[in-house]
Design a protein around this ligand. Structure first.
Ligand SMILES: NC(=O)c1ccc[n+]([C@@H]2O[C@H](COP(=O)([O-])OP(=O)(O)OC[C@H]3O[C@@H](n4cnc5c(N)ncnc54)[C@H](OP(=O)(O)O)[C@@H]3O)[C@@H](O)[C@H]2O)c1
Length: 354
């Protein structure tokens, strides 16, 4: 039982909204210092009480910067020593499952970075464990938290383009730096630069598809509200894949085709995701992101992301989900569906004829 539920008595449905949520974070690295720690620190209903990473010097630097009292080099030590309600997990991919499991076992709510786990059975086990304990389990995939994807999902859900019949996802950019395949830029947002764990298969579980591809898979599953049924994939290399062709068959025999390039020589990132419906076409383009709806002779509308309603980020939504006793925007079930596709894609690419 969490602290705020204890404060509110034994009934788990009664939550004391005046109580601040005591949150710890493990994996205080590049992305945590860029997004989660600033969001936790500035949240009016959160006490950011502890962080964890192994490097002593960077731990001190980050804790001093964000004024965090609890500093740990071992996750179990943090869980044993601190009185926490929730944890944010932003470590390398292979640590997500064991760390989320131990946190849920201790009765904590969990906000987990993507990919949720490396294996579908691990993701399913976390979903079950969170449901048994009535804990919020959320996965920080981007599409459920971006204004343009929320806007596009609403339009598709309202039937604006009719029934989705086919999907095409194109992401052509360059991520070689974070894999150790090219120098990292001198200037990067965040207090510390990323470690190069993405280049270590034991920690990452895969290359560009595992990393950026998680968001792309999340996008078409979340926007279409369909479940994955069958997967076929080809990759240049199944350990450090930079070039990926992926075909996902969704419920209702709708096919989503993904073309993903992580080592493009073009200067810039080109994104073009098209949802073909029975009454029109919805296209997401970036960067910057925009959504265009073409209604086959009945007009076309384009909206830039900065003209859309703001969306709560993963931390804000996670806290609301805990306080309001509702599901987060990106659920464990959604995270697990993304992992099912990832796992099947690597299996398919391993077995493909060359
Ligand atoms: N949603 C997004 O758009 C987005 C963007 C970037 C990253 N991410 C995700 O965020 C996560 C972290 O990525 P990142 O780029 O921030 O990588 P990173 O800079 O390498 O951060 C990972 C952190 O985990 C710590 N760590 C490693 N092993 C640990 C252990 N056994 N116990 C405790 N801490 C440990 C590392 O510090 P020590 O080595 O000092 O322990 C490091 O600070 C990944 O899941 C990634 O996919 C998401």
């Amino acid at each position: 039982m969490s602290v705020r539920q204890r404060q509110a008595g034994t009934d788990r449905r009664v939550v004391d909204l005046a109580a601040r949520l005591r949150v710890g974070l493990v994996g205080a690295g590049w992305f945590a210092t860029r997004r989660h720690l600033p969001n936790l620190q500035s949240h009016s209903q959160v006490d950011l009480v502890a962080i964890c990473r192994r490097d002593q010097e960077k731990l001190g630097l980050i804790a001093d910067h964000f004024n965090i009292p609890g500093r740990y080099r071992d996750f179990d030590d943090m869980l044993h020593s601190e009185r926490l309600d929730a944890v944010v997990i932003a470590t390398p991919h292979s640590l997500h499952y064991p760390q989320a499991k131990v946190a849920l076992d201790r009765g904590l709510h969990v906000l987990l970075e993507k990919p949720m786990t490396l294996r579908a059975r691990e993701a399913e086990a976390l979903v079950e464990k969170a449901a048994e304990g009535n804990h919020v389990l959320s996965v920080a995939l981007n599409p459920p938290y971006w204004p343009h994807t929320r806007y596009a999902r609403d339009l598709i859900g309202e039937g604006t383009i009719g029934q989705v019949e086919g999907i095409s996802i194109q992401w052509i950019g360059n991520s070689e730096g974070v894999f150790g395949l090219a120098p990292l830029p001198d200037e990067m947002p965040g207090l510390v630069k990323p470690s190069l764990y993405r280049g270590d298969h034991a920690l990452s579980g895969g290359g560009h598809l595992m990393d950026t591809g998680s968001h792309l898979i999340s996008e078409f599953l979340w926007l279409s509200r369909m479940r994955p049924v069958k997967v076929a994939a080809q990759m240049d290399d199944t350990k450090l894949d930079m070039r990926i062709g992926l075909q996902v068959c969704l419920s209702g025999d709708v096919h989503a085709g993904i073309n993903c390039v992580g080592n493009s020589s073009f200067d810039g990132r080109r994104i073009r995701n098209v949802y073909y419906g029975t009454k029109g076409t919805l296209t997401i383009e970036g960067l910057p992101f925009s959504v265009t709806i073409d209604l086959q002779g009945r007009g076309s509308i384009q909206k830039l992301e900065n003209e859309m309603d703001e969306a709560p980020g993963p931390v804000e939504d996670f806290v609301l989900a805990i306080n309001e006793g509702r599901e987060p925007a990106s659920t464990g079930r959604h995270g697990a569906d993304v992992v099912r596709v990832l796992e099947a894609a690597y299996r398919s690419a391993e077995s493909v004829w060359k």
